[in-house]
Design a protein around this ligand. Structure first.
Ligand SMILES: [Zn+2]
Length: 540
């Protein structure tokens, strides 16, 4: 129905255009709404740029060529600029959140648009609503500036059926989980996301995940995993992710691939070898990554052992009070600070947002200990972690990744770029969140293309456009080609840069000149236009 409407609109425009030109009524002249003229076209395939014009009518690219006649079209001068497909973020926390820091609460998605992102996929890490249809309807009602697709999250599915219990599913529960995944896929999800690091996904045996991934695969979906372990056990976790794809019979993706903890640095040599070996034997295994040496998640999710979280918050708080389990929990948190996400030093864990005490945002655990006149030591930091969780928790940033691993992973041909952030995370100016929300895509183009020459410009754009589009099953986006939807970015390759830092994250990227979503100019001349033309995307 939508396609038919677009076509008839195009026909009307064409008639209008020919009628405007006296004496040329017989000439078939294409009518364009927008003409992006004279740019270096990086089309998303990875091929070298070429100079040309890109013409848009309605929501689609209708012509690419040289010296196209603008007719009545609005002309965008792109000389000395790069014209590329809009960037696609396959790991976006755009799922609906209680604090409204999501795409429904922030439909302008300014932090996304201002780094060239035109499509996001919500509900990674096993999260988000199991009511995929209802979520996509809310997205449509919010009229976002960007396109939004979603996964169905395994953790949410398990939570809905089994709750926070640490046990295998009964056959009946497994069947109910299957039917939730099936319904989610029917309602338009692009695949199953898993968060096997998090509760309750962590409680699922591998067979359960394979079983549910298989259901998503039957609908053409993929599996994307925040793995059980990204530190000492990272190799086995990559093996598991590959096994889910191999046994489940669907494409499988290690999401935000990284190696956490100094003792594990360098293991990306082996994780990438595992991916290569899997691909050689026919498993469609791929990766995504954000270009930063720090991760971000809640203090509870990042540092409190999963067994201690079983049964929900009340049960967890009881365990904190019980002396025997408290000692065990403190020991495991100390270990996580020493060898895992804590980066070996309480100073490497920086609080990003604490709703119960906003003044803590931006302070690391060592600073908080000093403020309280307590010794700066790992066991003291573990104690502080328990106290923070008791008071209501914080989100945090963990500096525990090496640049060498980051670069090695980025260079791999099966790695695409994804932010792990969201529209509205954070609210502009509030707290001290991870800069990836503002900078991910611009940072790859500025730091890893222009400054460090890790990627060519064309390959970087491929990793942000056609590769994620085709990975997700989006066949009408991700390339600059006639017939594709008109999601287009224009930027200056010489100046594009992320400005958001860990200390001052609330800064938009530089160097973008125009962002077009479904044929609508969404960002131009340094400003959001207010046009919000994004759509809810469905796989089936
Ligand atoms: Zn994650």
């Amino acid at each position: 129905m939508r396609r038919a409407l677009v076509l008839s609109a195009a026909v009307v425009l064409a008639c209008f255009a020919t009628a405007q030109i006296p004496g040329t009524a017989q000439v078939q002249r294409p009518a364009f709404d927008l003409l992006i003229r004279g740019g270096r076209i990086v089309d998303g395939t990875g091929n070298p740029w070429f100079v040309g014009d890109v013409a848009v009518a309605g929501d689609a690219i209708v012509a690419i060529g040289s010296a196209l006649e603008p007719g009545a079209a609005r002309v965008i001068d792109a000389r000395n600029h790069i014209v590329a497909p809009g960037f696609i973020d396959v790991h976006s926390h755009s799922e609906e959140r209680q604090d409204k820091q999501d795409v429904i609460g922030n439909p302008a998605a300014e932090n996304n648009v201002r780094q060239g992102v035109t499509t996001v996929f919500a509900s990674p890490d096993g999260g988000g609503s199991v009511q995929v249809g209802a979520f996509l309807k809310k997205v449509e009602e919010a009229r976002p500036a960007i396109n939004v697709g979603t996964f169905i999250g395994h953790g949410s599915v398990r939570g809905a059926v089994i709750g926070q219990a640490n046990r295998a599913a009964t056959p009946d529960e497994l069947e109910r989980m299957r039917s939730l995944v099936r319904q989610g896929m029917r309602d338009g999800a692009f695949g199953l996301s898993t968060g096997l690091f998090y509760v309750p996904g962590n409680y699922a045996p591998l067979d359960e995940v394979v079983d549910l991934a298989h259901v998503a695969g039957e609908f053409g979906g993929i599996h994307q995993s925040h793995m059980r372990d990204e530190a000492a056990g990272v190799l086995n976790s990559v093996r598991d992710t590959i096994a889910i794809g191999e046994r489940g019979g669907l494409p499988t993706q290690v999401t935000h691939h990284k190696i956490i903890g100094k003792a594990n640095w360098g293991k990306s040599v082996d994780t990438l070898r595992l991916i290569d070996e899997a691909r050689v034997r026919g498993v469609d295994a791929t990766l995504d990554q954000y270009p930063y040496t720090a991760s971000s998640t809640s203090i509870q999710g990042g540092l409190v052992p999963q067994w201690a979280q079983e049964g929900g918050r009340t049960r967890m708080l009881e365990r904190f009070k019980d002396e025997t389990s408290r000692q065990r929990i403190l020991l495991e948190i100390s270990k996580a600070i020493e060898t895992d996400r804590g980066g070996g030093d309480p100073a490497n864990v920086v609080l990003a947002a604490c709703p119960w005490d906003p003044s803590l945002a931006g302070k690391n655990l060592a600073q908080v200990l000093r403020d309280r006149r307590r010794p700066v030591a790992i066991d003291q930091a573990a104690d502080l972690v328990v106290e923070i969780v008791e008071k209501g928790g914080c989100s945090a940033i963990y500096h525990a990744i090496s640049e060498d691993d980051l670069v090695r992973i980025m260079k791999h041909p099966a790695t695409m770029i994804a932010s792990d952030a969201s529209p509205g995370i954070p609210t502009f100016g509030k707290d001290v969140p991870h800069p990836r929300a503002y900078g991910t895509f611009a940072r790859v183009l500025g730091v890893y293309v222009r400054e460090k020459h890790v990627l060519t410009l064309e390959d970087a754009v491929r990793k942000m456009s056609s590769f994620p589009a085709w990975r997700m099953g989006l066949r009408d986006r991700g390339l600059l080609r006639p017939g594709m939807k008109a999601d287009i970015v224009v930027f200056d390759a010489g100046t594009i840069a992320d400005r958001a830092t860990f200390e001052r994250p609330h800064q938009y990227a530089d160097g973008l000149s125009t962002v077009i979503v479904n044929g609508h100019v969404t960002f131009a001349a340094g400003q959001m236009t207010g046009d919000r033309a994004g759509r809810a995307l469905r796989l089936n």
